[in-house]
Write a protein that binds this ligand. Structure first.
Ligand SMILES: [Fe+2]
Ligand SMILES: [Fe+2]
Length: 419
């Protein structure tokens, strides 16, 4: 580059009318297209140039003045003072070697006030060490080696603006994303609250429904005076434990427990004398009426929403694997495992808890039932031979699980020792 600014400007087709504070001299179209008008509603992009070489300051001011709003300063102190007084350039272009305040120091202090301003430094090779420090601190975006060509200067300033505007745009997008994240987490929070309310409501409804089933099951069998303890409750507890041992979980296990609770609900429609009779003593129409409790129960359960499976289980609770059960005399392969579990629990409770005819007559006569009756251990001993000889009526997996749970003592009062 020529040492005479006027000669240089003339050589590149410019007049030397540019001056500190911003030049408006015409410039040729540079080979690199600079960024157009600024993004802020048409206001121009602002460049601050600081150099204590008046010639270079004039050339830079003139070159950049056509494209940008340029403020030029002949020293680092004056540039810094202008910034401290409110000047807000988008880009600072500073010479490094200036008296009193070198370029790196001007940039460091300016960045402390204007962190979004992008800075470039003009330097000779001798000052590269300070420049590298400035670059690594993020204060200097790039440097321009002296002597520079006009296109290099325009390109450097253009890159500074591109960097600045990308940084601002990224920040804006990050802000939008954060806002959207905030809105999303608010929605998620609302949904979590709604889900929790629904979950609690659902739990309450389930608990109410379950206790209703317990009451219903107890109403059907317990008032008959036929058992030492609650038939429905005990059958359900045993069936639940055996179902778990077989591998039924969640809803499937719950359906078995419900079916066990309500397996005899059809008996509610039977006359008192049939409902309370020992089935083994019934014949003819009385026996047919007794066996109808299965179909009657299924008809009732089918009226309850989502109880289809419970009804199916109840429908087979008197089927036996040798085809002697009722109402359909089904073979083992057609009997649901769930129904077999209920059947085993039902059989166990009938064999160990049902009162003998003598005990029933005593109870009906109001005689004290706490003495002279067979104790539970004795009853379990009596029941053991039946279960030992009837394993073929059941699926081996179900039968094994039933015996295992009985042996484990996991259900209070449920014990069988087959010997
Ligand atoms: Fe039954
Ligand atoms: Fe029963």
């Amino acid at each position: 580059m020529s040492d005479d600014p006027a000669a240089f400007l003339s050589a590149v087709g410019l007049s030397a009318s540019g001056s500190p504070g911003g030049g408006a001299a015409p410039v040729p179209s540079p080979s690199l297209s600079p960024l157009g008008p600024g993004p802020r509603g048409g206001s121009r992009r602002r460049v601050l140039v600081a150099d204590d070489d008046p010639g270079i300051l004039q050339i830079a001011g003139t070159l950049l003045g056509r494209l940008y709003e340029v403020q030029t300063f002949p020293s680092g102190e004056e540039a810094l003072l202008a910034i401290q007084n409110g000047l807000k350039p988008d880009v600072i272009l500073s010479d490094q070697r200036m008296r009193a305040l070198p370029g790196t120091e001007l940039i460091e202090r300016a960045k402390a006030l204007l962190p979004d301003t992008v800075c470039a430094i003009m330097t000779g090779y001798g000052e590269i060490k300070e420049i590298i420090t400035g670059i690594s601190k993020g204060e200097i975006h790039l440097y321009i080696s002296k002597p520079w060509q006009p296109a290099e200067l325009l390109q450097a300033v253009r890159l500074c603006f591109i960097h600045r505007e990308m940084t601002l745009e990224n920040r804006r997008l990050r802000g939008e994303t954060t806002e959207q994240d905030g809105a999303l987490s608010e929605i998620r929070g609302d949904l979590t609250g709604v889900n929790r309310d629904f979950f609690l409501l659902h739990q309450k409804a389930q608990a109410t429904f379950s206790s209703t089933c317990h009451v219903l099951g107890a109403l059907v069998t317990d008032h008959t005076g036929y058992y030492h303890d609650s038939h429905a409750e005990t059958v359900s507890r045993i069936a639940g434990a055996v179902a778990g041992a077989v591998g039924f979980r969640g809803t499937a296990r719950n359906e078995i427990e419900m079916a066990a609770l309500l397996h005899d609900i059809g008996k509610a429609e039977l006359p008192e004398e049939i409902r309370t009779a020992d089935p083994a003593t019934l014949r003819g129409q009385a026996l047919t009426a007794y066996e109808s409790h299965v179909a009657r129960g299924v008809a009732r359960l089918a009226q309850i929403a989502r109880f289809e499976r419970v009804a199916e289980i109840v429908a087979q609770h008197h089927e036996r694997g040798d085809g002697t059960g009722f109402p359909n005399r089904l073979p083992l392969r057609m009997i649901l495992r769930e129904s077999q579990i209920v059947a085993l629990a039902d059989l166990y409770h009938n064999l160990t808890s049902r009162l003998t005819p003598l005990e029933i007559s005593k109870r009906k006569a109001g005689i004290d039932m706490t003495r002279g009756i067979m104790d539970v251990a004795e009853r379990q001993q009596h029941a053991a031979p039946w279960f030992a000889s009837h394993g073929h009526l059941f699926d081996p997996l179900v039968y094994r699980a039933f015996l295992d749970v009985a042996a484990s003592g996991a259900v209070p009062g449920f014990k069988l020792v087959l010997g």
